[in-house]
Design a protein around this ligand. Sequence first.
Ligand code: ZN
Length: 99
Amino acid sequence: MRNCVSCGRSIAWDANVCPYCGHDYRFQGMAPQQAQVSEGMKILLYIVSFLIPLAGFIIGAVYYTKPEHEFRELGKMCIILALVAVLLGALCWIPMFIL
Ligand SMILES: [Zn+2]
């Protein structure tokens, strides 16, 4: 016997599903691998997005369509950085046209 990790009651050692709460043990240890982007890779993508806004929009669009939350956040950041870069670029260029 062992205790169910979900409801704490005693269940058969080899039970696939807890008979009390329905907790499923069949896929334990086989959890889908968490999608991960290394910190270095993120920083590199952020820098690229800032320096080459067009690349940033493309990278952002690619990552933003992925289902993983982490990729979506990364994509969003790339798009934001690319937008900031474009805005800063515009701010630098506009005075030259006015003056
Ligand atoms: Zn249970």
